[in-house]
Unconditional design. Structure first.
Length: 185
């Protein structure tokens, strides 16, 4: 079985993680236990030189070092994001397919408590992945969050989510064709 190029890139970035990178995340407020808990269910992070593009995508290989994290959906790695520890509120996509971290929290759960919503991938990592982080506020999938019973987040992110969910859903222009009358044979 061959690995996807995303899995290969993620594995390569994981191999570049050094103690200094872990120390930097710890200094930014990510508990070591959160890294361990998240690592029990998915790859947590890697380090890669990345060249951000105006499209908000990135290319690996050139540019300054970035934290690289996988975007997992239904157990599959669908994207990677890259961000700098000096600005964790700005990230870049490898493919552009990943709209959120932690989308499994949209699935029915035995616990009907609120789903935690984090503002940045750094905060999501600090929360051990117990919740979601919206990466693309324009993604149509964000409307799935309206089905959640409750969301726990900070006021800024909560207001942004309410604004997005309050917009009327786009409906297609309906063009009705005339019904052909068929004679009975």
């Amino acid at each position: 079985m061959t690995r996807s190029y995303l899995e290969a890139e993620m594995a390569s970035s994981i191999s570049r993680v050094r103690q200094e990178h872990i120390d930097r995340l710890l200094a930014l407020g990510v508990p070591g236990a959160s890294i361990a808990d998240l690592g029990a269910i998915q790859p947590v992070f890697g380090i890669s030189h990345a060249l951000p593009e105006p499209s908000r995508h990135y290319q690996p290989g050139d540019g300054p070092p970035h934290v690289v994290m996988p975007v997992i959906d239904m157990g599959n790695m669908i994207d990677l994001i890259a961000w700098r520890t000096t600005n964790p509120a700005r990230w870049f996509w490898r493919t552009g397919l990943g709209w959120a971290l932690g989308t499994d929290w949209l699935l029915p759960r035995w616990d009907d408590g609120p789903v935690r919503l984090f503002a940045t991938p750094l905060e999501w990592m600090a929360g051990a992945g117990h919740g979601m982080c919206i990466l693309d506020w324009n993604a149509p999938e964000i409307r799935e969050m309206a089905a959640l019973e409750a969301v726990e987040t900070d006021e800024m992110v909560g207001r942004r989510l309410l604004a997005v969910l309050s917009k009327p859903a786009r409906l297609p222009n309906m063009i009705y064709r005339k019904e052909a009358r068929r004679a009975a044979a």
